[in-house]
Design a protein around this ligand. Structure first.
Ligand code: ATP
Length: 739
């Protein structure tokens, strides 16, 4: 609750007052205890925000660490403090994350190879994967692509079961599932129940299950506002527990459920929840605040507080009632042995497997699907950058370029910048018309070709006149910007999502960061190089840049290196920020600074001293410098006046590029590339998920005996109404007995 606020006294009004606020403390979970048994399916139920996911995270030791959190308690497995080394836990989270272009079988097969080193033969591994597919009911979609929000793939329920199958690879002893019914409820729950029957301990959180799903639970934990309301067997026992306080379920004429009192004479004979009534709904109503009116809020809050208090008082008698000696632990021991046998492979093996996966993802995304959203993201980013730049410098070419690229995808974006529609190159673009349904590689290559054609048309066959000097510089600058932005936006649009998958897999210990990053970089080289090459091949002859093969080769080499450097920068941005949206906002903003100091718009020498380092780290500046040296050196221009520029070297001097070589610029770009790769590595290492440590509970709490009498031995007290009435939804109201 909120802490005290010290306000000044009336008499001290004239004295400057100091307001002291104590930071409010909120309990996300309070005094929660429970027990999950092998062979039984336990559901944690409660209203939204009641702390189900938090509890599940605590039990799975995966509560994301925060300096603002404090976590204390005891977590024991088979009577001993829990240790991650001895037991393998599986955790199926609410959101399912996969490589979208892989099939279900490929996903499972690669996960099995990464996690199970001891399965060496291909046949054994295929058999293992087939068994898992069968166990989780995924046989029918085994060869379907997983897909994602952009590309239709398997259904939500199938994704959930694929998550489960991936977790089952390591033969976990305990399975946690957070809201597993988000997809297809019945099948997922059936699979979980089957797993429980096979000897696993299964714990899932669920908001409000259907009656048929509720019927599958063996035990339930009811949580509200972070506190326990009930923990014990599901079904009739749970209803019987609440009936002790006078809460029975009955169906009323208005077709709703009425939470009422045992003492209500008209309800007393309907003590048991009828067959056709969903007990889960009754329980959900019982422990939720009713916001329909102020009185109902008050009444339901009192009811909930009473239930929490009552359970807290009798909790020791219901918990820890299972004697471990009575359980057959043979199965779990076997499972544990399997887990210990499992270990991640060596560096080289991980690298090869990850390279294969990265390659499959890239190749298949190139050959099979359209990626409209990616193209749209690209255009949006281009437009925002051009807008930003427009305010800084008047760069007409740049605006036209980006307006043109926007038009290419006009059919996908409706709120384009005004300039797009007024652009003089509108008609040219309308003829180019990139197909919106073509595969990704076609869309991306068409975009590369289209921008090359636009630049080629604007800078068509530049001659050797004095004015062509400015044109050349403009073209080379725009080519450098276009290449960098295309690579950056592609990377920041994709990498944050991939990072989330990788973080999870690394948290499971499937592989280390080094092999992952290296395999990703290697797999992306051919595709990363293809698009700048395509762009250069179309642009170069159209604009009649320095027409020799070696100069053309160097032109392509420079923009390809730049493209890799921009991708590397995109990786760092993606590793730094939590979401794609944030990455798409941060990445282009960074790049805008590098564009401004790209060597053409502003001379660093004329800027305040604090900005002078920026050109040295601007990949656009180095690319532009390399392209200029490649183009201008050895070129002769037509001239009439003595002050005209006669040679390309003079033009280079005016840009302050005289005296440097292409080699220098490529070396500088490579350094920038390595710097961003290294920063990505550090960022991924630094930002890997950290979990909140569980501190031992205070001494006085530890004195509570853990071994308690079974529930059966408890003598049930007849229900005694207390003095203070508990407001109810019904006409009569009774209090929860203070025990
Ligand atoms: N790290 C945290 N810092 C601050 N508040 C948190 C943190 N984690 C969870 N909470 C808060 O704790 C409450 C319980 O969250 P939790 O996600 O566990 O609820 P839930 O029962 O799983 O809800 P739902 O059914 O909607 O998923 C929420 O109000 C949430 O905002």
């Amino acid at each position: 609750g909120p802490g005290p606020v010290l306000l000044p006294d009336e008499e001290e009004d004239r004295v400057p007052a100091v307001e002291l606020k104590v930071a409010p403390v909120r309990f996300l979970l309070k005094n929660v205890s429970g027990e999950a048994k092998p062979g039984r399916l336990l559901a944690i139920m409660g209203p939204s925000g009641s702390g189900k996911t938090t509890l599940l995270n605590v039990l799975a030791s995966q509560l994301v660490a925060s300096p603002r959190l404090h976590l204390s308690g005891l977590l024991e497995v088979n009577g001993r403090p829990y240790s991650a080394k001895n037991y393998k836990l599986a955790y199926i989270r609410q959101e399912d994350l996969f490589f979208s272009q892989l099939t279900v079988r490929e996903t499972l097969s690669l996960a099995a190879e990464l996690q199970l080193q001891d399965i060496s033969s291909v046949e054994a591994r295929d058999q293992y994967v087939n068994d898992l597919l069968f166990k989780t009911g995924l046989v029918s979609c085994a060869d379907s692509r997983v897909g994602d929000a952009k590309v239709r793939g398997i259904s939500g329920g199938e994704k959930k079961r694929l998550s489960l199958a991936c977790e089952l690879i390591a033969s976990p002893s305990v399975i946690f599932a957070d809201e597993p019914t988000t997809g297809m409820a019945e099948k997922v729950m059936e699979t979980l129940r089957q797993l429980a029957q096979d000897g696993h301990t299964v714990i899932c959180s669920i908001h409000q299950p259907r009656g048929s799903v509720y019927a599958k639970f063996d035990d339930i934990v009811l949580l509200t506002e972070g506190s326990l309301v009930y923990a014990g067997p599901a079904r009739d026992e749970a209803l019987a527990y609440f009936s002790k306080f006078g809460f029975v379920v009955c169906k009323v004429a208005c077709n709703g459920y009425l939470i009422s009192s045992q003492l209500n004479p008209c309800l007393i004979d309907r003590f048991i929840c009828p067959e056709h009534v969903n007990p889960a709904e009754f329980l959900a109503d019982l422990i939720s605040v009713d916001y329909s009116s102020a009185e109902n809020v008050d009444a339901s809050q009192k009811r909930i507080d009473g239930l929490i208090e009552s359970f807290a008082e009798q909790m020791p008698s219901t918990l820890y009632s299972t004697s471990l000696s009575g359980l057959d632990l043979k199965d779990t021991t076997t499972l544990r042995k399997k887990v210990v046998a499992k270990s991640k492979g060596g560096w080289w093996r991980q690298f090869c497997l990850l390279l294969r996966r990265a390659w499959m993802q890239i190749v298949q995304s190139l050959s099979v699907y359209t990626n409209k959203q990616e193209s749209a993201d690209y255009v949006y980013t281009m437009l925002s950058v051009s807008e930003k730049l427009f305010k800084v410098v008047n760069v007409v070419d740049f605006i036209i370029t980006h307006a043109v690229l926007g038009i290419l995808l006009k059919h996908q974006i409706h709120n384009l910048h005004e300039d797009v529609y007024q652009s003089p190159v509108w008609s040219i673009i309308m003829d180019i018309k990139a197909s919106r349904d073509g595969p990704t590689n076609k869309v991306r290559s068409r975009m590369s070709i289209a921008s090359a054609i636009i630049f080629g048309s604007v800078f068509w066959r530049m001659g050797k006149s004095q004015t062509s000097i400015q044109d050349r510089m403009g073209l080379l600058q725009v080519a450098a910007i276009n290449t960098a932005m295309a690579a950056l936006t592609k990377t920041v649009g994709v990498f944050p999502k991939e990072r989330a998958i990788v973080d999870r897999e690394r948290a499971k210990g499937s592989y280390s960061l080094g092999p992952y990053l290296l395999s990703k970089l290697l797999a992306e080289i051919p595709v990363g190089a293809a698009f700048p090459l395509l762009f250069g091949t179309v642009l170069y002859p159209m604009t009649r840049l320095h027409p020799t093969m070696s100069r053309f080769g160097k032109f392509c080499g420079i923009i390809t290196t730049e493209s890799f450097a921009a991708s590397a920068m995109g990786l760092t941005v993606g590793a730094m920020v939590p979401t794609t949206e944030a990455a798409l906002a941060v990445g282009p903003s960074f790049m805008t600074v590098f564009i401004v100091f790209g060597g053409y718009y502003v001379n660093a020498e004329n800027t305040p001293i604090i900005f002078r380092w920026i050109p040295r780290v601007s990949l656009i500046r180095w690319a532009f410098q390399g392209l200029c040296i490649n183009e201008f050196s050895g070129l002769q221009f037509d001239h009439q006046n003595s002050f005209d520029i006669q040679t390309g070297d003079q033009a280079l001097d005016r840009l302050s590029f005289g005296g440097s070589t292409i080699r220098d610029t490529v070396v500088a770009q490579s350094r920038i590339l390595l710097f961003w790769y290294y920063t990505t590595y550090l960022m991924l290492e630094k930002n890997k998920p950290k979990y909140q440590p569980l501190e031992p509970p205070p001494r006085d709490q530890l004195q509570t005996p853990l071994k308690l009498e079974p529930l059966e031995s408890e003598t049930e007290e007849p229900y005694q109404p207390s003095e203070s009435p508990l407001p109810d939804q019904g006409a009569e109201s009774e209090a929860i007995p203070a025990q």
